[in-house]
Structure formats: structure tokens, C-alpha cells
Design a protein around this ligand. Structure first.
Ligand SMILES: [Zn+2]
Length: 97
């Protein structure tokens, strides 16, 4: 998980009982205001800190769509180790014909 930090105090946001997040300098972040990129999913760790991780399958699906490829779930399952080794970008590149 990569921590999501406040732009002002550079400390992580922590979950509040209200369902929002706050950092030590008092900035409050609502779930709707969490800005994520493609395939990033927000998560909260055991300490309550807010972060994100990358959903590899969602990232792969987005990359494949961007290249206009038709790849089945079986292809992805079969190539899982290759994708892990090469990284998504390079692997998708090998699939472009
Ligand atoms: Zn702050």
C-alpha cells in the first residue's frame, strides 16, 4: 500500500468515525475527494492510515483496452507469470501484432 498524504503537512490521512479522513494539520478528506488514477483502489491499513494499491487485473484490462486488444481471461491466467516478470506495459507490447 502507498500512503495518501496531505499536501500541506505531508502526513498520512487517518480514518475518522465519520467515514472521512483527516491528517494531523486538520485537513479533512471525504471519500468522494480521494483522487486516484486508473486501476488504483483506496485502502485503509490496520492503523487506520489511508492509502492505495494498484489492482493488477484492472490495470491490465485498462492497458489492453487502450491497445484495442482482444485478450481472454484464459490468456491472462496463462500469462500471469510472464506479466509479473515483464510488467504490464511490456507484456501488452508483446501482444500487439
Ligand atoms: Zn495536513
Amino acid at each position: 500500500m502507498t500512503l495518501i498524504t496531505c499536501a500541506l503537512c505531508i502526513e498520512p490521512y487517518y480514518a475518522l468515525v465519520t467515514g472521512e479522513f483527516a491528517c494531523p494539520c486538520g485537513q479533512v478528506l471525504a471519500v468522494a475527494d480521494i483522487e486516484l488514477e486508473t486501476a488504483q483502489v483506496w485502502v485503509v491499513d490496520a492503523s487506520g492510515a489511508l492509502g492505495y494499491w494498484v489492482d493488477r487485473v484492472a490495470l491490465l484490462v485498462a492497458e489492453i483496452a487502450a491497445y484495442g486488444l482482444r485478450v481472454t481471461a484464459e490468456d491472462i491466467a496463462r500469462c500471469g507469470e510472464e506479466i509479473e516478470r515483464m510488467g504490464v506495459d511490456e507484456w501488452v507490447g508483446t501482444q500487439v501484432r
